[in-house]
Write a protein that binds this ligand. Structure first.
Ligand code: UGA
Length: 439
């Protein structure tokens, strides 16, 4: 089938590559001409495992191409996806101006008698589909035939290609049988369960799913504080409750809290949506509070040990909001480094993929970057693990101890084994785990 995707960000680019991989012909549209030219030249602007090869393969086979013309995209495709950003505004509500603009632009190029399915893939508040439909009708030429569909995306950064190729479910919100039949055909090659709903429910599923996952994380983080206070082990507790199939072990990893471009934004949006609808979802405010208190609790632990942070040399491993990505948006690691710098500490950090973006966005100009985990730890009075990159677990502990001024390790992601750390002579603190107990 022929489709176009408007917006070549995370969701648009990965979806485009995966649709092409299963045999569809995809036109990726972006209004940033520089980005389009760089994609045409084979340069992928984000680090996502497997994405570069996928794009290169499908561009070479002619199933994927890039343009900055919406008219070109819409003209060549029966299905037009909208995958543009929906950033937060100062009050937490969603800025829908990109969606509105794209809807108007689509309306301007729809031709009478040329049926199109307009699919919203961006994360949007419930009832946005109605607005998109009204906008296309208002600005479009008479006789333009289209249906609006909601098809939220559930991919995770770091494993986006695998998530897209093997989704748990595909949600399609539509009130048109014609659009639904086309959407089902489009998704047939993925052989995944399809849930058909009305448009409002599909839109709501996305915010409700992300908020529930964030709630799971805050729940386990709140329990981790009780573990710290009582001497219980959060990993055993998470295993014990996670083995109940009604609960499940996923997303019960305690740590410095959730970050990234989705959970913080989507929680704030869901709170704003619920307030707007007159049914405030106050539980979610507690989820947010627990998330930030986790970082404060960790910082307090560091202060309790080092006493004064001013002029202390502190190493930080990890800058990205999670491993296997170069994304530093709303990263707890960056927030933590900002806390340290504010207190006058000297920070040296290392991250396998995040350092380029740190230099580009200048978020922590006071921090030095190192070329390796061991170089970052050289002479440090304490080491913080802020992101659980696999390579941090592989570092030779004897060399680490030798490199550091004093062997204090604060593990904000429960990456290392407390018993091993203790045996190696480290003073080791993690989240909700007794020091030195075997995990
Ligand atoms: C999240 C959702 O998982 C996706 O389903 C959704 O499509 C995406 O948001 C989105 O809305 O676009 P993502 O933000 O890429 O995906 O990453 P996650 O793997 O969900 O991690 C989010 C944050 O939670 C990270 O900071 C991670 O470190 C943290 N986390 C995750 C924990 O602290 N503990 C856990 O047990 C799991």
């Amino acid at each position: 089938m022929d489709l176009s995707i408007i917006g070549s960000g995370y969701v648009g680019l990965v979806s485009g590559a995966c649709f092409a991989e299963v045999g569809h012909t995809v036109v990726c549209v972006d209004n940033d001409l520089k980005k389009v030219e760089s994609l045409q030249a084979g340069h992928i602007p984000i680090y996502e495992p497997g994405l570069e090869e996928l794009v290169q393969r499908n561009v070479a086979s002619g199933r994927m191409r890039f343009t900055n013309s919406i008219a070109d995209g819409v003209d060549h495709s029966e299905v037009v996806f909208i995958a543009v950003p929906t950033p937060p505004q100062a009050d937490g509500s969603v800025d829908l101006s990109y969606i509105e603009r794209v809807a108007r632009e689509i309306s301007g190029v729809l031709k009478p008698g040329q049926y199109r399915v307009v699919v919203d893939k961006s994360t949007v508040p419930v009832k946005t589909g109605d607005k998109v439909s009204e906008t296309i009708k208002r600005y479009g030429s008479r006789g333009a035939e289209f249906d609006v569909v909601s098809n939220p995306e559930f991919l995770r950064e770091g494993c986006a290609v695998a998530d897209l190729m093997h989704p748990d479910r595909i949600v399609i919100g539509s009130k048109s049988d014609r659009a639904l039949a086309i959407m089902k055909k489009l998704y047939e090659p993925f052989m995944a369960p399809i849930l058909v709903t009305d448009i409002n429910s599909a839109e709501l599923i996305k915010h409700a799913a992300n908020s529930f996952l964030a709630l799971k994380i805050s729940y386990i983080n709140a329990v981790s504080a009780i573990c710290d206070a009582s001497g219980a082990d959060i990993e055993k507790v998470a295993d014990g409750i996670g083995m109940d199939r009604r609960i499940g072990r996923n997303f019960l990893n305690a740590g410095l809290g959730y970050g990234g471009s989705c959970f913080p934004k989507d929680l704030a949006a869901f709170i704003a949506i619920s307030e707007d609808l007159g049914v405030p979802f106050t539980l979610l405010k507690e989820v947010q509070r627990i998330n930030s208190s986790q970082r404060e609790r960790f910082l307090k632990g560091l202060r309790d040990t080092l006493w004064i942070l001013r002029d202390k040399k502190i190493a930080v491993w990890g800058l990205t909001f999670k491993p296997d990505t170069d994304d530093i948006r709303c990263s707890v690691a960056i927030d933590f480094i900002q806390d340290l710098l504010k207190e006058g500490a000297h920070v040296t950090a290392y991250d396998p993929k995040g350092m380029e973006n740190v230099a580009k966005f200048g978020l922590i100009p006071g921090a030095k970057m190192a070329a390796s985990p061991l170089e970052a730890a050289q002479g440090a009075e304490a080491l913080i693990i802020a992101t659980e990159w696999h390579e941090f677990g592989m570092v030779d502990l004897a060399h680490l101890k030798e490199a550091m001024h004093s062997p204090l390790v604060f593990d904000g992601r429960n990456l290392l084994d407390p018993a091993t750390m203790r045996r190696m002579g480290f003073h080791y603190r993690s989240i909700g785990r007794p020091e030195g107990q075997k995990s």
